[in-house]
Design a protein around this ligand. Structure first.
Ligand code: ADP
Ligand code: TRP
Length: 324
């Protein structure tokens, strides 16, 4: 049985890029009977940037609802908020802090990037990778699926685990990152990478009218309706192709190349496709957003299960440190 673990920041409602690039591949991995998956909302990490408790709570809810909507099976797996197990995560983080060389953190790309760009450069931002190492080591994860930007953080987690094992005793599994190079970057409405930070995202959970509005924002050229169009230079076509069957893609290509088919038609077809492809996900998402208790129950169950593992690891850690 391999343990797969990943954390998701509570930085907003997941968009189509997050869903196709991260959530659906992770759900697929979690369905393999040989794996057990630990999926948690990294709300302690989000504190480095989000300072409004209501916003953090609402984002946490939306992220959790999105994972449930996309089919994450919480009975088979582990689903929890990091903040509800904060005593374990932060205690381990302290121990790991004392084994982490200062220059390792000072030279981290992500810290250097953020400290150049942000006005709020807090110590949490600096020790962020150590909390991440604690998140992973606490549950003895074998594999950590992440995006390319997290590669260095994962190397640090492995290094820190090795230092602990060498300095005290072999307590931790050495985690390996799983970076899927084949996952493509989903384009946003302006053609750049879809991202919350660029405000170019499509939120598939929005009510139909608002969803249509964001699809209408997709930038296209000015080729008149009656003229043939090049599907390979069109962002509407690119997004449509990511969701449609081969036959539907072939038909759409013919529509573009045949003329008398406008970008407005293609956008309406994209809306219909999203509604058809994600109707169930939209329903489940709304259910959990409106029934906070049901969401809370799911998370509380997951937190109870996760705590058993966290407790057992911490007991071994304290023994190794000579505290018990
Ligand atoms: P954002 O850029 O919107 O802030 P995050 O950095 O929070 O998104 O990303 C969360 C997860 O979603 C990561 O695993 C990331 O690799 C994936 N992801 C984000 N945007 C895209 C995209 N446009 N295409 C593919 N995957 C994406
Ligand atoms: N730093 C990760 C991100 O921004 C989120 C995260 C926190 C994480 N703890 C983790 C990812 C542990 C994998 C494992 O995407």
């Amino acid at each position: 049985m391999a343990r797969i673990l990943t954390g998701i920041q509570a930085s907003g409602k997941p968009h189509l890029g997050n869903i196709l690039g991260a959530i659906l591949p992770a759900v697929k991995l979690s369905q393999d009977p040989k794996n057990e998956s630990f999926l948690f909302i990294a709300d302690l990490h989000s504190m480095t940037s989000v300072k409004d408790p209501d916003v953090l709570k609402e984002n946490t809810k939306a992220v959790a609802a999105a994972w449930l909507a996309c089919g994450f099976d919480t009975d088979k797996n582990y689903f929890y908020r990091q903040s509800k197990l904060a005593s374990y995560h932060t205690e381990l983080m302290w121990y790991l802090n004392c084994l982490t060389p200062f220059p390792m953190l000072a030279n981290a790309h992500s810290f250097k990037d953020k400290s150049d760009k942000l006005s709020d450069v807090n110590a949490g931002l600096f020790t962020y990778p150590v909390l991440q190492a604690a998140d992973i080591l606490l549950y003895q994860a074998n594999f950590v699926p992440v995006g390319k930007d997290q590669k260095q953080h994962l190397e640090m987690s492995k290094d820190i685990a090795a230092v602990f094992n060498r300095t005290y005793k072999e307590v931790f599994v050495l985690p390996e990152s799983r970076i899927d190079e084949s996952v493509m970057t989903i384009p946003g409405t302006d053609g750049q990478k879809m991202s919350k930070s660029y405000n170019n995202y499509i939120d598939i959970f929005e009510p139909e009218k608002a969803l249509y509005k964001s699809i209408k924002r997709i930038v296209t050229d000015t080729t008149p309706l009656e003229e043939p169009k090049n599907p390979d230079h069109c962002n509407v076509f690119a997004l449509y192709s990511l969701l449609a069957s081969n036959e539907e893609v072939d038909q759409m290509r013919l529509n573009y190349e045949g003329g008398n088919y406008g970008y407005g038609h293609a956008k309406k077809a994209l809306l219909d496709l999203i509604l058809a492809r994600f109707w169930k996900e939209r329903e489940v998402f709304n259910y959990y957003m409106e029934n906070e208790e049901a969401l809370e129950t799911k998370l509380a169950e997951g937190e109870k299960k996760a705590e058993v593992i966290a407790k057992s690891t911490m007991s071994a850690v304290r023994k190794a440190l000579g505290f018990d």
